[in-house]
Design a protein. Structure first.
Ligand code: SAM
Ligand code: SF4
Length: 328
């Protein structure tokens, strides 16, 4: 069992398999001028599988594949298939923008993937284009329906942004009436790979909830699962439910059970951490599995108490980081 320096059990890895993406969500990366990682800087599939095997041997039993956009990397399906067979792994989940995912859903189902997080900030084609710089809304919606048709649990991630999609909050909530999805509204974080466009966050979790309450006054709180990052709510008569993630306020850090691996193999014990230890380099220097495990234990032993401490102590220059290179 992997335990951090605050006595928290760490059992959840978020693995970003690429920094590349077929969308350009403005809150995540600039439209142009992205310095993509060279192929040799990326962990290979073999390296990723090895490190995941070491980690599942240490008590990691849940892995989420993220990025960049996971499905733009060649041979992702063979990797997922090999990963899904790792002993000790109870849950393999994916976060995707859904653009390329529809035809892959039956195979994902066969591998035993039971839950997918789909990023969708608006149901309006023009606003989708303005936010992501690509006209792909219909493909994302097709993926949502394909996942539901295959009984794969869908959580929709919607970043809430002043001047961009505030009018979509209630239309996204309305989706939960007929569809058994969880719509999760996420506070925008300052990881857009460029200059931050806000100094104080206007749309925090309190304001998001109030906006939903204005249209749905009978919304009520439901229990938050253990280790949840979202505050969970339900509207009477709706099939799905609502989550609000205080990603910037960082009120959920106390029960953190997660670590992250970036596409270049940096182990981050907190999303807001500036540095991190490079596991890929250790592997390429010939480290044994035992040595990798010891390095992971040491890194986890320095995990910050919360995202504020991580930001303070590791001198994060957040505005120049992209969520796609941190691994969202
Ligand atoms: N490309 C995939 C996708 O969009 O689902 C996976 C990677 S993406 C970085 C993972 C999640 O991070 C997405 O749900 C996205 O909305 C969220 N995200 C990216 N940048 C963010 C930011 N600045 N603030 C809050 N959430 C962000
Ligand atoms: Fe791509 Fe996901 Fe970032 Fe959007 S949030 S640019 S889909 S990695």
């Amino acid at each position: 069992m992997l335990t951090d320096n605050h006595g928290r059990k760490i059992n959840y890895l978020r693995l970003a398999v690429t920094d590349r993406c077929n969308l350009r969500c403005f809150y995540c990366m600039p439209e142009e001028g992205n310095n993509w990682l060279a192929r040799t800087e990326l962990m290979s599939w073999e390296e990723m599988l090895r490190i995941c095997r070491v980690m599942t041997g240490m008590g990691i039993n849940k892995i989420r594949i993220t990025g960049g956009e996971p499905f733009v990397r060649k041979d992702i399906m063979s990797f997922l298939s090999a990963l899904s067979a790792l002993p000790g792994l109870d849950q393999l989940t994916i976060t995707t923008n859904g653009v390329l995912t529809t035809p892959l859903v039956p195979e994902l189902k066969k591998m035993g993937i039971r839950a997918v997080n789909l990023s969708l900030d608006t149901l309006d084609r023009n606003r989708f284009l303005a936010i992501t710089h690509r006209d792909e809304l219909n493909n994302v919606l097709a993926t949502m329906h394909a996942l539901l048709a295959h009984n794969i649990e869908v959580k929709i991630n919607a970043v809430v942004m002043e001047g961009r999609n505030i009018q979509d909050i209630t239309t996204l909530v309305a989706l939960t009436k007929e569809l058994p999805v969880q719509v999760r509204f996420i506070e925008e974080m300052p990881f857009n790979g460029a200059e931050s466009h806000y100094t104080t966050l206007q749309w925090d979790h309190v304001q998001i909830l109030q906006t939903i309450k204005n249209s749905y006054p009978d919304i009520y709180k439901i229990p938050d699962p253990k280790y949840a990052t979202a505050y969970n709510y339900k509207i009477p008569g709706h099939k799905g439910d609502i989550g609000i993630i205080a990603a910037y306020t960082r009120s959920f850090c106390g029960t953190c059970n997660r670590i992250r691996l970036t596409p270049q193999g940096t182990l981050k014990t907190c999303l807001y951490e500036g540095g991190g230890m490079n596991i890929k380099d250790l592997m390429r220097l010939g480290a044994t599995d035992q040595e990798l495990a010891s390095a992971i234990i040491s890194a986890v032993g320095t995990k910050a108490q919360d995202g504020h401490e991580a930001e303070r102590t590791t001198h994060l220059n957040g505005i120049h980081q992209s969520m796609a290179t941190i691994g969202g």
